[in-house]
Design a binder for this molecule. Structure first.
Ligand code: SF4
Length: 306
């Protein structure tokens, strides 16, 4: 008996995924030219890994030979807290436990459940660490649209969602409903960005983005455009999503792993500057904040105390 998409969706809901869509595996065409243009304009800044494995990034059948279907999920990570202060602000996505681990763990359980019906199914989990265009697939799967700030927006709970996908080598029943773009004439995110990083609707110049600068950028100093408009952020930035009218539909998650660790939504800059490597490892074990490394966090913190 073929595996039922309906039972996969029921299991996914039981595991706590907010929404799920299932689409056939294949190539991304329109998205391919957009990605290439973005790379050609140098908007990936120092993230040279974005240029790698383009063949796999643009066709999941090259990422996973034998791929037939993609199960795309969105996990709500909104928790009803604000930042503790205006300095040392940490992006909302990194308040709780590392979403890579949390979402990967749930997708792994989902794959186990699929295998309980069909033991030979091969699956590949994609949560940001493989060359896979998760936002493009989330749109194809009908989970939402890409806002002018370039994040996925769901119509029912806004943009505070993590995307996680499971590629499998079996055919399933597919979703066809696409959510149209509901940004309309709004330009709130473009207007609010402290560094004007959204250079035109749907196009972010990473080299100007506070989130890129404080997390991905390596080096002893931040790019000038970011350093002079840091706006109190020590790790990431939420401004474009904070101002988005679609986040009036934000709804607290039921996933306790995404609650702020130690109740903290900001980090004290002096504490970070004086942190030893041992302190850092202990404090940020299983946290997404590790991505910036201690040297990056301390570099960011120094700008906040200058
Ligand atoms: S702030 Fe406005 S333009 Fe930006 S993503 Fe939200 S709805 Fe779209």
């Amino acid at each position: 008996m073929p595996i039922s998409s309906e039972s996969i969706k029921t299991n996914a809901a039981d595991l706590g995924f907010h929404s799920i869509g299932i689409v056939p595996a294949g190539a991304l065409d329109v998205e391919s030219s957009r990605l290439r243009e973005w790379l050609d304009r140098g908007f990936h800044a120092s993230m040279s890994w974005m240029e790698n494995h383009l063949d796999k990034r643009l066709d999941v059948r090259k990422l996973m030979p034998g791929a037939r279907s993609i199960i795309v999920t969105a996990s709500n990570y909104y928790t009803p807290y604000a930042h503790d202060g205006s300095q040392g602000k940490v992006s909302r996505y990194a308040w709780g436990d590392d979403y890579h681990d949390v979402v990967r763990g749930k997708l792994s359980k989902l794959l186990d459940l699929i295998r309980s019906d069909e033991p030979n199914v091969i699956g590949k989990i994609c949560v940001d660490t493989v060359p896979f265009m998760d936002k493009a697939w989330a749109v194809r799967a009908g989970l939402g649209w890409i806002g002018k700030h370039s994040n996925l927006i769901t119509k029912d709970i806004g943009s505070w969602v993590f995307i996680g996908s499971l590629i499998v080598d079996v055919e399933l029943q597919y979703d066809h409903g696409i959510v149209e773009d509901h940004c309309g004439t709004c330009t709130a995110c473009l207007d609010a960005c402290p560094t004007n990083a959204i250079v035109e609707p749907y196009v972010v110049d990473s080299g100007r983005c506070i989130s890129y600068g404080t997390i991905e950028h390596r080096g002893d100093t931040l790019p000038d455009k970011i350093a002079s408009n840091l706006d109190g952020w020590i790790y990431g930035c939420d401004v474009c999503q904070d101002v988005c009218p679609w986040n009036r539909f934000e709804t607290p998650t039921e996933e306790s792993s995404f609650e702020p660790r130690n109740g903290e939504t900001t980090l004290d800059a002096d504490t970070v500057i004086n942190m030893t490597h041992e302190d850092y490892v202990e404090r940020f074990r299983a946290s997404a904040i590790k991505r910036a490394k201690l040297s990056g966090l301390q570099r960011n913190a120094k700008y906040l105390v200058e």
